[in-house]
Design a binder for this molecule. Structure first.
Ligand code: NAD
Length: 489
C-alpha cells in the first residue's frame, strides 16, 4: 500500500531560528523529505531567518549538512537535494531590533501561502509577531507556527497567547505538539470512530482503567539546566500525555473538523479532577555504579544541582469526572533512564462478568494496547482455549497488528510528525495543533499539582537507572488491586 501524496499549494515558509538545533534536526530535513515525496511544490520557498550573518550560499551549506546528518541515506538523492537547496534563501534578522526586516519584507511573494515558523525562544514570540505585523509581512491569511514549551504555568501561557493574539487570529496560530503528528495517535481516532467494535465498550462500564506510559532510556543529557527548571510534569504530562488522554477520553466529535475535535478535547481537560499527593509519585534517577557496566551520573549530578527537587519521573492517577469515565482511572507515567524506550496506551477492559469455565488461573482481562514507539501498532489480547487435549483450559493470545506487517514497507513510509504537521500548516488544517484555550485549561489543571508539591517541599524518590521507576509507583496501582504493564521496548 503506497501512501498517497497530494501536493500542497505554493508557499513561502520563513523559519525564524533557521540555524538552530530544531531547524537542523527536524524542520529542514522534514521539508526535504516532503519535497522528495513530491508534496512540496517546485514553486515553494523556504527562507531561513536567524541572527548569524550569512548569505544564501552559506545557509544552503548549513541545510545541506543538516540533510546529510539527519536524513537517512536511502532518502538522500544528490539531484533532488540540489533542486531542494535552490528553493532555500536566507535573511539575517534581529527579532528584537530593526535589522533585516525590510529585506525580509522585500523577499515575500504575493499570491502564495505565507507561513512563519517561530523556532526561537518563546521570549521572542511577541517581538516576532509585532514586527511581522508592523512591516506588513504577514497578512490575514498568513500562519504562524510556535514551538513548545508553551508557557511554564497558566500565567505565562496566558501571556504568550496574549502577545500572539495581539496580531494574529486564533485561526492563524499553530501550536506544535509533535505527539499529535504521530501516525498512531491519529489512528486512535480512526480506530475509535471508524469501527463499531470499540466505541460501545469505551466507557466506565467496560473499561477497568487506562494506562499511558512514555518511557525513555536516556537521561537529561546536555539539557540539564533547561530540564531542571521544567521536570517530567511540565515537559511531558501537561502537553503530550494530556493530548493522548484527551484522544482516548473525548466524546465523538460531530465531524472531523479542527474545532469540533478540539472542543471535545477541551471538555475532557476541564473534566479532570484535581490530583492530591496520595495519587502522585515523583522520582529522580540514581547514579549507575561502575560495577553495573559503565558508570553514569545521577540526576542531581546531571543537572549540577544537589538540592534539586525536580522530577525525572512521575506517575499519577487521574480521574475524568464525567458520565463516561466515572470510576475508571487513568494512570499516567513517564520518566527518563527507565528499562526501555516505549510509548504505549493500554485500555484494560473489565473481566467477563461470569465464568462458565469455573476458576481459571490464567484468566486475564482483554487489553487493547496502542504502541506509539517502537514498532507502531495495536495489539488486542483475547482469551482462547489452550490448544490440545487438556480440556477447556484458557490462555490469552495477542491479536497483533503491527502497522509495518499489515501495510508493508511502502505503507510504512509514513511521514515523521514534523513533516506532516508542517504540511498541515500550509494546507491550513489545525486539527493536530493545540488551541489556546486547550493549553490554558491544561495549565489550569497542572498548576495546583505543582504548587502543591512545591508548598509541601516534597522530594522525589530515588530509582535505579534501567528500572521501571520508584517502588512507590507500583503501590499507586497495587493499592487499587491493579498492576502496571511491563515496560518493554
Ligand atoms: P537554538 O538555540 O539551537 O536556536 C535558536 C535560534 O534562534 C538560532 O537560529 C538563533 O540564531 C535564533 N535567534 C536567537 N536570538 C535571536 C534574535 N534575537 N533574533 C533572531 N534570531 C534569533 O534553539 P532550538 O533548540 O532550535 O529551539 C528553538 C525553539 O524550539 C525553542 O522554543 C525550543 O524550546 C523549541 N524546541 C526545541 C526542540 C529541540 O529539540 N531542539 C524540541 C522542542 C522544542
Amino acid at each position: 500500500m503506497v501512501a498517497r501524496v497530494i501536493p500542497v499549494d505554493p508557499f513561502d515558509l520563513v523559519v525564524f531560528g533557521g540555524t538552530g538545533d530544531l531547524a537542523k534536526r527536524k524542520i529542514l530535513p522534514g521539508l526535504y523529505i516532503r519535497f522528495l515525496a513530491g508534496q512540496m511544490p517546485e514553486e515553494a520557498r523556504i527562507i531561513g531567518a536567524a541572527r548569524s550573518d550569512l548569505d544564501d550560499a552559506g545557509y544552503r551549506a548549513i541545510v545541506a549538512a543538516a540533510i546529510d546528518e539527519f536524513v537517512p541515506q536511502a532518502k538522500r538523492d544528490a539531484a533532488v537535494i540540489e533542486r531542494f537547496l535552490a528553493r532555500i534563501h536566507y535573511v539575517a534578522i534581529d527579532a528584537v531590533g530593526e535589522g533585516g526586516w525590510k529585506a525580509l519584507a522585500a523577499h515575500m511573494r504575493p499570491g502564495v501561502v505565507r507561513a512563519f515558523y517561530f523556532s526561537v525562544a518563546p521570549s521572542l514570540f511577541g517581538d516576532l509577531a509585532e514586527r511581522l505585523h508592523a512591516h506588513k509581512i504577514a497578512d490575514a491569511d498568513s500562519r504562524i507556527v510556535v514551538e513548545k514549551p508553551f508557557g511554564r504555568d497558566l500565567a505565562s501561557a496566558r501571556a504568550l497567547n496574549a502577545v500572539l493574539a495581539a496580531h494574529f487570529d486564533e485561526k492563524q496560530i499553530y501550536r506544535i505538539d509533535h505527539y499529535l503528528g504521530k501516525e498512531t495517535v491519529q489512528n486512535l481516532m480512526a480506530v475509535r470512530f471508524a469501527n463499531i467494535l470499540f466505541e460501545p465498550l469505551w466507557n466506565a462500564q467496560y473499561v477497568d482503567h487506562v494506562q499511558i506510559t512514555v518511557a525513555e532510556t536516556v537521561g537529561v543529557g546536555g539539557r540539564g539546566s533547561y530540564y531542571d527548571k521544567s521536570g517530567a510534569m511540565r515537559d511531558m504530562v501537561q502537553n503530550h500525555m494530556m493530548q493522548l488522554l484527551c484522544l482516548i477520553a473525548m466524546e465523538p466529535p460531530y465531524q472531523f473538523d479542527p474545532d469540533a475535535v478540539r472542543d471535545e478535547k477541551l471538555k475532557v481537560i476541564r473534566a479532570l479532577e484535581p490530583v492530591g499527593p496520595e495519587d502522585i509519585v515523583r522520582g529522580q534517577y540514581r547514579a549507575r555504579p561502575a560495577d553495573d557496566g559503565k558508570a553514569e551520573p545521577s540526576y542531581l549530578e546531571d543537572v549540577d544541582n544537589a538540592s534539586s527537587r525536580t522530577e525525572s519521573y512521575i506517575a499519577l492517577k487521574v480521574r475524568v469526572a464525567n458520565w463516561r469515565w466515572q470510576g475508571t482511572p487513568f494512570y499516567l507515567r513517564t520518566g527518563k533512564k527507565l528499562r526501555a524506550r516505549t510509548s504505549e496506551i493500554a485500555i484494560v477492559f473489565k473481566e467477563a462478568p461470569h465464568s462458565i469455565f469455573g476458576e481459571n488461573e490464567s484468566w486475564k482481562a482483554n487489553v487493547l494496547a496502542i504502541r506509539l514507539q517502537p514498532n507502531e501498532g495495536m495489539n488486542l489480547s483475547v482469551m482462547i482455549k489452550e490448544p490440545g487435549p487438556g480440556g477447556m483450559r484458557l490462555t490469552d493470545v495477542p491479536l497483533d497488528m503491527s502497522f509495518a506487517d499489515a501495510l508493508g514497507e511502502e505503507g510504512m513510509d509514513i511521514p515523521d510528525a514534523y513533516e506532516r504537521l508542517i504540511m498541515d500548516v500550509i494546507r491550513g488544517n489545525q486539527t493536530l495543533f493545540m488551541r489556546g484555550d486547550e493549553v490554558e485549561a491544561a495549565w489550569a489543571w497542572t498548576d495546583p499539582i505543582i504548587e502543591g508539591w512545591d508548598a509541601r517541599g516534597d522530594r522525589p524518590k530515588g530509582y535505579d537507572p534501567g528500572s521501571s521507576g520508584p517502588e512507590d509507583a507500583l503501590m499507586l496501582l497495587h493499592r487499587d488491586g491493579r498492576r502496571w504493564r511491563e515496560i518493554r521496548g
